[in-house]
Design a protein around this ligand. Structure first.
Ligand SMILES: *Cc1c(COP(=O)(O)O)cnc(C)c1O
Length: 473
């Protein structure tokens, strides 16, 4: 084949494309290096497509459109806001609690300028970062002292490593939890340098079992809130008051890992009761650990509250330096704790409580309002209906309790290949400018509307879906 008639030979050079006026616009936006690289990649890809017998667009403007498209995709940050319509309010993979505006403002103020994170403005000397949070945490839990680390897994690790290094930790066999992301209590104990001593059986444990297990080698006794499951049926546990009295008697610390530590009585907002750190301390716990971004509704953090002497030892552990929180977390957590000073308004101001206590009939009305737009967005591919559904708290809190909710069910119209179509529908929603995350259940793509607050932004981007169906069908 003579060289000049090959479409390969007709491809413009990198320099020629870069000299094009449209390329100059791209350079203004993305920089010369990025555009040059994108042009090279586009030419390579087109060359390969031609060699494989394809018929890609090879005009200069066509190639530059391709370059612009690629630059747009690359410009998107990896970490992006999404709509969480999974029905799991505190979804670990979707970042758990949304922060209130007060916390976001506090974080941005702390990010913009130097702060007194470890500086005492009174004396002009070095300060302690825990001081910004300790008073509020003590006030809200009744603890003598408090310290904060990166997450609750770190809090458990640090407490165990400080108080029970090379010692035994009696723990009920029924509480040896695994939560998502490879947090297994036995593994954490081992990595903390402790020896787990399993007490009782999976379903039953008695005070006498603990009395037998505690001895000279005991570092502390651990109680773990079985946050993501419940043992039901023929069961027996030891009430915190009895276990703490036994520990006091034997002179070993009693530590409670609460997991999701709400700081208020959730019944106040019409939600099921969840034990609070204040309850655990009142029942005699010496140290309590809990997460900052579960029911508390703040940033990712692990909070340790309890006896002043024990917290002091925990703070002195060199590992604390490795697990300390930064100024942004400190700022956000401080602002969230401030909101707890006014529990009457918490239901409006703290997103986690606002979303969890949102009445089902309000969510139903929202779903009804969205229905026409949804129907036209999936027209020809699927039907859409308003449905009743159940939300859950997530992140292990209140595992067996669901909350009545409402949403939209998108069901493929075709009777064959439903599974594949559902996958395509769910992928199309994830590909929207602000990705929409739902769940596939009972042959439908379900969108639980409990966590949908920005209704107009959601509705506005639905129009983009129609194009999606034409592209791939
Ligand atoms: C969630 C949880 C943890 C881990 O907390 P993170 O903040 O995710 O590190 C530990 N223990 C219990 C009981 C939990 O529920």
């Amino acid at each position: 084949m003579p060289r000049d008639t090959s479409p390969l030979a007709a491809l413009p050079s990198v320099d020629r494309l870069l000299g094009h006026q449209a390329a100059e616009v791209l350079v203004q936006a993305s920089g010369r290096t990025a555009v040059t690289d994108a042009v090279r990649r586009a030419l390579t890809a087109v060359r390969e497509e031609l060699l494989a017998g394809g018929t890609p667009e090879i005009t200069e403007s066509g190639l530059l459109d391709r370059v612009a498209g690629e630059l747009r995709v690359r410009a998107q940050p990896s970490l992006r806001p999404v709509f969480n319509l999974t029905g799991t309010v505190l979804h670990t993979n979707l970042g758990r609690a949304q922060l209130p505006p007060e916390a976001i403002e506090a974080m941005s103020a702390a990010a913009r300028a130097p702060t007194n994170i470890e500086f005492d403005l009174g004396t002009g000397k070095r300060g302690d970062r825990d001081e910004h949070l300790e008073a509020a945490l003590c006030r809200l839990t009744g603890a003598e002292a408090a310290t904060v680390v990166t997450n609750n897994a770190a809090a458990v690790l640090l407490v165990l490593n400080t108080l029970a290094l090379r010692k035994e930790v009696p723990t009920s066999r029924g509480e040896l939890i695994e939560i998502g992301g490879s947090f297994r209590m036995p593994d954490i104990m081992q990595r903390s340098g402790c020896r787990l001593r399993e007490v009782g059986t999976t379903n039953r444990v008695h005070l006498a079992d603990f009395a037998d297990a505690i001895g000279p080698k005991t570092g502390l006794v651990m109680k773990v809130h079985t946050s993501n499951y419940e043992v039901v049926g023929f069961t027996a546990g030891v009430p915190e008051q009895e276990l703490s009295a036994l520990c006091r008697d034997r002179g070993v610390p009693f530590v409670v890992d609460l997991g999701s530590g709400t700081l208020v009585d959730l019944e106040r907002y019409g939600l099921p009761h969840e034990p609070t750190p204040a309850d655990a301390l009142a029942n005699g716990a010496d140290v309590v650990t809990f997460s900052g971004d579960k029911l508390l509704g703040g940033p990712q953090a692990g909070i340790i509250v309890g006896r002043a002497d024990l917290i002091k030892a925990i703070r002195r552990n060199p590992l604390k330096r490795a697990l300390r929180v930064d100024k942004l977390t400190t700022a956000a957590l401080g602002a969230v704790l401030d909101l707890y000073a006014d529990p009457d308004r918490l239901g409006e101001r703290l997103p986690v409580i606002r979303l969890l206590s949102r009445p089902a009939q309000d969510i139903h009305a929202l779903a009804e309002r969205l229905l026409p737009a949804m129907r036209s967005a999936v027209h020809g591919v699927a039907s859409a209906d308003v449905i009743e559904c159940d939300s859950q708290v997530g992140s292990g809190a209140l595992p067996t309790r669901t909350i009545k909710s409402a949403g939209l069910a998108v069901r493929p119209v075709a009777s064959r290949g439903k599974g594949k179509i559902l996958q395509r529908i769910s992928a199309a929603f994830r590909a929207l400018p602000m990705p929409v995350i739902g769940r596939i259940q009972d042959d439908a793509f379900l969108l639980d509307c409990r966590c949908l607050e920005d209704e107009s932004a959601f509705e506005a981007q639905l129009k983009g879906l129609a194009a999606c169906w034409n592209e791939t069908s």
